[in-house]
Design a protein around this ligand. Structure first.
Ligand SMILES: Cc1cc2nc3c(=O)[nH]c(=O)nc-3n(C[C@H](O)[C@H](O)[C@H](O)COP(=O)(O)OP(=O)(O)OC[C@H]3O[C@@H](n4cnc5c(N)ncnc54)[C@H](O)[C@@H]3O)c2cc1C
Length: 169
């Protein structure tokens, strides 16, 4: 389980990257593609998709950073790591799907990277505990039917090279 919690952490990070990549590709395309005499970035429902990708990216990133903080300080993190993995992967599927729609038919082709993001995100929803298993675990923790165990193995103390906090872009 200790090993799985490290794996789930890396899966959360990868899925967070898929959300960011989906957002970045969509922003780039929306600022280029024109329909009805204007860039599609000016259409409200395109904006909505990009806004949701931005929010999902920031939330997944924060959940992942929280799990990392708990790990670095030797605290129990199974619940936080599960939450980060579950939410990042589920939101990455949503982001990749929306990115394809922002690209229209181009999104369905492999001329653009977004179709690959949708395929990639599905594996991460399945491995290291499926979406269903994390849903059940989170419910059981919230209901008090499952208790958080102490971290089975501590990591060596970590100190940042400087006080600078990594920029959240
Ligand atoms: C690309 C990829 C790479 C992988 N790499 C590895 C690897 O390196 N090492 C490794 O060990 N495994 C790996 N796996 C396997 C992965 O961990 C399993 O596929 C995963 O745990 C699901 O098991 P399963 O495929 O047997 O599905 P099943 O356990 O048969 O699940 C089928 C469905 O039933 C649901 N389900 C099952 N049990 C329950 C339950 N108790 N409650 C509610 N719903 C349930 C599941 O959520 C799922 O929707 C990989 C899988 C993929 C897709």
């Amino acid at each position: 389980m200790f090993a799985l919690e490290q794996g789930r952490y890396t899966v959360a990070a990868g899925a967070t990257g898929v959300i960011r990549a989906s957002r970045d590709a969509s922003v780039s395309y929306a600022l280029q593609r024109e329909t009805f005499g204007t860039k599609i970035a000016n259409h409200q429902l395109v904006k909505q998709k990009i806004a949701e990708m931005e929010a999902d990216y920031q939330m997944a990133h924060l959940l992942w950073l929280r799990a990392g903080y708990l790990k670095n300080t030797g605290q129990a993190n199974a619940r936080a790591t599960s939450l980060a993995k579950w939410q990042a992967t589920v939101r990455s599927e949503k982001a990749a799907s929306m990115a394809i729609e922002v690209h229209g038919a181009n999104g369905y082709s492999n001329d653009y990277p977004v179709e690959r993001y949708l395929r990639n995100c599905k594996a991460a929803i399945i491995y290291e505990g499926t979406r269903d298993i994390h849903t059940l675990m989170q419910a059981d923790w919230a209901l008090g039917l499952k208790s958080e165990k102490s971290a089975r193995k501590g990591l060596p103390p970590w100190s940042p090279p400087d006080a600078r906090v990594a920029a959240v872009d």
